[in-house]
Structures are given as C-alpha cells and as structure tokens.
Design a protein around this ligand. Structure first.
Ligand SMILES: Nc1ncnc2c1ncn2[C@@H]1O[C@H](COP(=O)(O)OP(=O)(O)OP(=O)(O)O)[C@@H](O)[C@H]1O
Ligand SMILES: [Mg+2]
Length: 250
C-alpha cells in the first residue's frame, strides 16, 4: 500500500485541499485600508515553469507579490509542492524556498557584495559552492566582491539582489520588475540569466510591466489589470491578440 492511500479504499478528493503544481495561489486578495488593491486572484507556477505577470502601473503587481509572500495581510489560500502553506509567515515560506526579489532591490547598502550574498543564505553549509554558482551567473559580482553595494550600478545591484535570493536555495523565485530602470542591454542580460536559471529547473514568477523579452522566456502569462487577472494565456499567443500585442510587444 502506498503512503497516504486509504485502507478502506475510499479515495479522498485531492483537488479541494492540495495542488499538483509547484506553487499555487487560490483567490488571494489584499487591501490597503479600504482599498481593495488585489481582487481574488488565482494563479500557479508549474515545476520548471517560468510564468510572467504583466500589467500597467497600479495594476496590483507588487501587491500580488507582497500578498503571495505574506509581506502584507491577505486572504485566500497558498499551496507549495502540494502542501497548504496559507498560514505560514514570510520567513517560513522563504525556508521552504519561496523567495522574492523585491522592486527596489532591498540591499544592505553599506555592506559589500560578499556580505550581502552571505546574509542571503540561511545556513553556512555549501556557502562557497553557492557563491561560485552566483559568480558564474554574474561574473561582474565576482569582480566587485569587496565593493560596497550602494556604489554598484543599477544593473549590478539587481544582479546582487538576484544573487542574494539564489543563496537562499529558491524553489520558486518571484521577481518584481527586475528590469525596471535599467538600460536595455543590462535588462536583457539579467532576463537571459533568469531564462538560464529556469532551464536548470527553477520555477520563476516574473512580474514585468512591458517586456517582450520576458514574454519570450515565459511559457504562460497572466495579464493583471485593475487588481484582477484579466487574461491567462500561453506567452506565444500574445501576438495573436491585437490589443495585447500592441501594448505589450512594442
Ligand atoms: N501602501 C499603500 N497604501 C495604499 N494604496 C496602495 C499602497 N500601495 C499600493 N497601493 C495602491 O494599490 C494599487 C496597486 O499598486 P501596486 O503597487 O501593487 O501596483 P503595480 O502594478 O505594482 O504598479 P507599478 O507598475 O507602478 O509598480 C494602486 O492603486 C496603488 O495606488
Ligand atoms: Mg510594482
């Protein structure tokens, strides 16, 4: 008898309580006071999947990320690797591997590159190995390992923020507009690295405002408008929706 099967043969319906996806949110919603910034929203990230959330300014993208990682109060359910994790706090979700790279990067400005990376990992074991992985992905960080992080360029700071998240062994990595404010060349470099991480098996939820490259990397896309998911579609089908293509592909 396999673990979890019932001795009386009755099959418990799984759909109501568990999820087959790596990560799934069901009817997650959030408020700022009386402002209902995120209406009940459901989405999922499959194993090894890169999913993009697109939406204009004020659509609720950051609110969604903050609600998912419980950086703000929220209603609704969250599942991770089939387990209901709705009640877990931000640091408990992080320990499971649900890690977010925030908009604005949130680095420790007076600390060096190496120090910022060290605080990203929860445990000392394998730190050198993980550092090497980060430096292979972002060689510029290796060159600047003892530099104070506030003196890095915007692109380098974003690389460091992603590197720090990688030190925490993410299983699903959420990124809030990682290309924001960066020159196209650096933004491309960073998004391509996310593509590489995804090819290595990392589940990624990538929030962007307008990013043709994000669409090339993604398998599926959710369009968020006015605090709700207005559409969900395979990323390669955006081109066949006239209004979406005009807004998001230019
Ligand atoms: N701290 C706050 N207090 C009150 N309202 C807020 C707060 N933060 C965000 N909002 C409102 O919630 C809505 C969604 O904001 P949010 O920051 O999630 O949008 P966004 O899609 O991330 O936008 P952007 O692309 O500009 O980053 C907006 O109407 C915003 O004004
Ligand atoms: Mg935002």
């Amino acid at each position: 008898m396999s673990a979890g099967s019932s001795s009386v043969g009755a099959t418990v319906p799984q759909t109501a309580t568990t999820s087959a996806h790596l990560f799934e949110a069901r009817d997650v919603s959030a408020h700022y006071g009386r402002v209902h910034a995120l209406k009940p929203t459901s989405l999922h990230v499959g194993r090894g999947e890169l999913v993009t959330v697109l939406g204009p300014n004020g659509a609720g993208k950051t609110t969604l990320m903050r609600a998912l990682t419980r950086l703000m109060p929220r209603e609704g359910s969250l599942f991770f690797e089939g387990r209901d994790v709705s009640a877990l706090k931000t640091h408990e979700l992080a320990r499971l591997g649900i890690i977010m790279v925030q908009e604005g990067r949130g680095l420790f400005g007076q600390m060096t590159v190496r120090e910022n990376l060290s605080v990203g990992g929860f445990t000392r074991p394998h730190e050198d190995e993980k550092l090497e992985t980060v430096f292979t992905l972002f060689p510029r960080l290796k060159e600047r390992v003892d530099q104070i992080s506030s003196s890095l360029s915007g692109g380098e700071q974003q690389m460091l923020a992603i590197g720090r998240a990688l030190m925490a062994d993410p299983k699903v990595l959420m990124l809030d507009e990682p290309s924001l404010g960066l020159a196209p060349k650096v933004a491309t470099e960073i998004l391509e690295t996310l593509g590489e991480l995804n090819r290595r098996g990392l589940g990624i939820l990538l929030v962007e405002q307008k990013a043709p490259l994000a669409l090339k990397l993604a398998r599926r896309v959710y369009i968020l408008t006015l605090g709700r998911v207005a559409a969900e579609l395979p990323a390669d089908q955006i081109g066949s929706h006239h209004d979406l293509a005009r807004y998001y592909l230019n």
